[in-house]
Design a protein around this ligand. Structure first.
Ligand code: NAD
Length: 476
């Protein structure tokens, strides 16, 4: 029998995982489970990243992790163990399925919904590459890559083809973030041209949020960058009755992680109130992924009946009993056991996870013909006025380099600007030449300035195939 790794997690994790495995047992799912330790308690014991070595070994050898939610304290130094797991094992796509379940009390706005949301899972602000640039300016680098976007978007179109979907919609903010979200949208359009049988369109993410609420039945498959996908997936969860009904799969080439969208629900942990449906549905996605389709069908077929019973009013005058994890699990188990056992032999391909000796370079199929450095954005920590900063930097410039512009929080404040633009102690000084410069010249310039001003960061300005590969400031 195929073995998988199981990590119950924190908060309500152990309760919902026990419920899911009890249902699997009743259905006779032909899997064996190796429990592994991951989560906040592991991190508190001093184990780096909250994942034990044993957990790593088991996940990497089985290729499948079935996991409960894991807690991440807000704002403290603990990195999210969930995000670490998704990124370490390169699960590049987060597939979240939002389907109306009969018997579930749901949003009054929502008709029948069947939306598959594919969220990028590795890049974007979730790289969490963050720095304090000055004592009161924090920065997060947002990286969107062509190979990463292409891998994700192709997966979204493949899912749509398998689902028999008619439409794939890309959500983005390319009107504002023209380079990062612009790249994501370009890749979407390129890949879409390879799937002419599917309708492909795009929406600016805020308009998409509104449309998902007003006409959710218009959408089939929606693909988004990481942060936007995270937010809109909770919106979709609201349409189908809440986080308790939102399953997900983190898909990688070698390792896949199946988990509910919800978190550890500390407000109800240990009270027998957690609804295990989302984890059970995630488990069913996992069973289908492993070729165990009859077992997934059996569990999914009884869930609506059990949910209807769980939420049935006691009588016309009194509300239903409060949700009980144990009562609900027993309902599901009893319904499953009313049917004869599934005897079909599973069409299981033993999953072999190819051992890796080193990380693979993800090559981009498109190499530029010509790439040149034409200047630098210097980020300077200073309380001086933009005029003073411009004068100091201009004096240090040599050759063709000239101070062209200073912006503050993205808005141009020099050579022109508005007195109504408030500034913080973090100036972006754009120094540009009309043609190419030697890359070392920009570091030498930073070195010359650093006697008088603190350079907290710098960003080379590139021209790729003759096109400036950097954004303009607001108002430039
Ligand atoms: P949450 O999903 O834990 O809870 C939000 C609300 O939904 C709460 O009122 C909770 O009681 C309810 N809820 C969630 N799941 C439920 C279920 N199965 N049955 C009934 N009610 C349920 O979100 P949060 O409170 O923002 O986060 C709590 C912790 O979980 C944080 O530490 C966060 O970092 C972590 N988290 C982990 C994951 C993950 O492991 N994949 C995902 C999200 C949040």
């Amino acid at each position: 029998m195929k073995k998988i790794a199981v990590a119950p997690g924190d908060g309500i994790g152990p309760e919902v995982m026990d419920a899911a495995l009890e249902v699997f047992e009743a259905a006779g799912v032909p899997l064996t489970y190796e429990r592994v330790e991951m989560g906040l308690d592991v991190w508190k014991r001093g184990v780096n990243a909250g994942i034990t070595d044993h957990a790593r070994e088991v996940v990497e050898s089985t290729g499948i992790l079935f996991k409960g939610p894991m807690a991440t304290p807000k704002g403290s130094g603990v990195k999210s163990i969930n995000v670490t797991a998704r990124k370490t094992w390169n699960t590049f796509a987060n597939k979240r399925v939002f389907r109306t379940l009969p018997g579930v009390p749901r949003s009054r706005h929502a008709p029948e919904v069947d939306i598959t949301l594919i969220r990028e899972n590795i890049e974007d602000t979730y790289g969490a590459i963050e720095h304090m640039q000055t004592h009161d300016v924090a920065q997060c680098r947002r990286l969107i890559t062509r190979p990463g976007s292409e891998q994700l978007v192709r997966y979204a179109f493949e899912v749509a083809s398998r689902k028999g979907a008619r439409r794939v919609t890309c959500g983005h903010k390319a009107n504002i973030m023209k380079l990062t979200d612009g790249l994501f949208l370009d890749v979407f359009r390129e890949v879409a041209s390879e799937y002419p049988h599917l309708q492909a369109d795009d929406r600016i993410v805020d308009a998409l949020a509104m449309e998902l609420v007003m006409k959710p039945d218009d959408f089939d498959v929606v693909v988004l960058p990481n942060l936007q996908g995270d937010i809109l997936s909770d919106l979709c969860a609201g349409l189908v009755g809440g986080l308790a009904y939102a399953p997900s799969a983190n898909i990688g080439e070698h390792i896949c992680i199946f988990e509910a969208v919800h978190g550890t629900a500390p407000d109800i942990a240990g009270q027998d109130r957690a609804n295990p449906t989302a984890l059970l549905l995630s488990g069913c996605i996992m069973l289908r992924h492993l070729g165990l389709v009859p077992w997934a069908d059996r569990i999914e077929s009884v869930l609506p009946i059990a949910l209807r019973e769980a939420y049935r009013p006691r009588d016309l005058a009194t509300p239903p009993w409060p949700f009980s994890t144990k009562r609900f699990t027993k309902l599901v188990v009893d319904l499953i056991q009313q049917e004869p056992p599934i005897l079909r032999r599973p069409a299981l391909q033993p999953l072999q996870v190819a051992p890796r000796s080193e990380a693979r370079m993800m090559a981009s199929p498109r190499q530029p013909e010509h790439e040149e450095t034409v200047g630098v954005d210097l980020f300077i920590d200073s309380d001086r006025t933009p005029d003073e900063v411009a004068a100091i930097v201009q004096k240090a410039c040599k050759g063709a380099l000239q101070v062209k512009m200073i912006s503050n929080r993205g808005t141009q404040v020099w050579p022109t600007g508005s007195v109504f633009t408030d500034c913080v102690n973090h100036h972006r000084v754009r120094v540009e030449a009309d043609g190419a410069v030697e890359p070392k010249e920009i570091f030498q310039l930073a070195g010359r300035i650093s006697g008088q001003l603190r350079v907290c960061s710098l960003e080379a300005l590139l021209r790729i195939d003759g096109v400036p590969a950097y954004s303009l400031a607001q108002g430039q």
